[in-house]
Design a binder for this molecule. Structure first.
Ligand SMILES: Cc1ncc(COP(=O)(O)O)c(C=O)c1O
Length: 411
């Protein structure tokens, strides 16, 4: 199988597996059991891992809450900050293209009496398709706004939102800024101070770590975010999130993130090249195929030379995640292409909304029709993909596209 669905999840990095195995074996003690040496030894390892993960996103160790993944982190950020008894503001502003793990907690806040405003994104006629409409955001955010939540990188079209600019708006009105950085952490440089966010969610399984573990950055130094725990019990993690720590998950997450950051620049360039190679091949073999989301030439434009090697990758200059591709094969349906290619793992949208098989709300938000959205495929290229795989995938897709297009023409 050729796996090009790295936005849904990623394969486990062997370094993460090696770090995890002792925690699943002889080092099984509870990190909270500081009454004995076995517990203290595990606690020391876990503390070191958490401190280092926090450092890797520019945070202090007491600013990182370990969770079960980004869904929980988003729930904790949104419900925890807005439902805190000292929060008096009653409006939350977010974006139409957010993941369900943000949109559903927002619906919950609506039931609690909050006004929720979702701002639109630029439509597909522009090179910045999928990027937040900053004018709409500026008029939505006011002194009644408790919190703004904008994802850093979109999970379907890879659009990278201008968080530092959004943060300026939030500072001016005194509201909190949360970002769902699930698709960004481990794939691009992420620093909570450079982004100037108050809350940031991430998940280990998106950066070659294990499933079921992630984190929420909660700012405590320059500004102190007040947050109400959503899971109560033993009072672990400064009372922000009770429950025995997932020790194997935490060391696995740490090892995986360390691996990603060690070769981040080279990987981004290599992955972007693979993505561009796939796009080029699909374009030349699939007439009428269209790219969904922000233009890729914006990525090449940074150096002015078009030479990826000389590109200095700074997130605020990029419009799209290097490994993301989303293409519309209309009139051929995405589902038909996937059925024709059982050895290729791609997707027609977010895996996390697979219980709801409707057309993508993200593609519709950039102005695509239901038919066009249903004719689209999302490709997520990752660290472990090779050029041979990309060429094979492109050839399979082109062949199936041609066959299906002929069938449609006959009927
Ligand atoms: C942008 C985004 N947010 C949140 C999630 C949910 O993450 P988790 O699976 O860790 O709960 C995902 C997973 O696809 C995602 O892509």
């Amino acid at each position: 199988m050729i796996y090009l669905d790295n936005h849904a999840t990623t394969p486990l990095d062997p370094a993460a597996l090696s770090a995890m195995l002792p925690m699943l074996g002889e080092q099984f003690a509870n990190a909270g059991s500081i009454t004995h040496a076995a517990g203290r030894a595990v606690a020391a390892q876990i503390d070191a891992a958490i401190t280092d993960v926090a450092r890797m996103i520019g945070a202090a160790d007491d600013e990182l809450v370990i969770t079960s993944g980004a869904t929980e982190s988003n729930n904790l950020a949104l419900l925890g900050a807005c439902l805190h008894p000292r929060q008096t503001r009653r409006k939350v502003v977010s974006v139409v293209t957010e993941h369900k793990a943000v949109l559903d907690p927002l619906s919950r806040l609506k039931q609690h009496g909050f006004e929720i405003e979702l701002v639109p994104v630029t439509d597909r006629s522009m090179s910045t398709a999928g990027l937040i409409d900053m004018d709409a955001l500026a008029s939505a955010v006011d002194d009644r706004t408790a919190l703004v939540s904008v994802m850093l990188a979109n999970n379907e079209i890879g659009a990278l939102q201008p968080l530092p600019q959004i943060a300026e708006l939030c500072r001016a009105t005194g509201c909190l800024l949360h970002t769902d950085a699930t698709q960004a952490v481990g794939r691009m440089a992420v620093d909570v101070d450079a982004l100037d966010v108050d809350l940031l969610s991430f998940s280990a399984h998106k950066f070659y770590g294990p499933k079921g573990v992630g984190g929420l950055f909660v700012r405590r130094r320059s500004r102190r975010v007040k947050m109400q725990a959503q899971i109560v019990g033993g009072g672990q993690q400064h009372n922000f999130r009770s429950g025995t720590l997932n020790t194997a998950g935490i060391v696995g997450m740490h090892a995986a993130l360390a691996s990603c950051l060690q070769s981040l620049d080279e990987d981004q360039i290599r992955i972007a090249k693979l993505r561009d190679r796939l796009l080029k091949s699909l374009k030349s073999h699939c007439p009428n195929m269209r790219l969904n989301g922000p233009m890729i030439s914006a990525f090449r434009g940074i150096s002015g030379t078009g030479n990826l090697e000389s590109v200095e990758l700074k997130h605020d200059q990029l419009l799209r995640l290097p490994g993301n591709l989303n293409c519309c094969f209309y009139p051929v349906e995405g589902q038909s292409l996937m059925l024709a290619l059982p050895d290729l793992a791609v997707s027609s949208g977010s895996a996390c909304t697979s219980a709801n098989p409707g057309p993508s709300h993200v593609l519709q938000a950039i102005g695509m029709s239901e038919e066009e959205a249903r004719s689209s495929l999302r490709f997520g290229i990752g660290r472990f993909n090779t050029q041979t795989e990309i060429d094979q995938a492109a050839s399979w897709l082109s062949e199936s596209y041609e066959q299906l297009r002929k069938l449609i023409a006959v009927n």
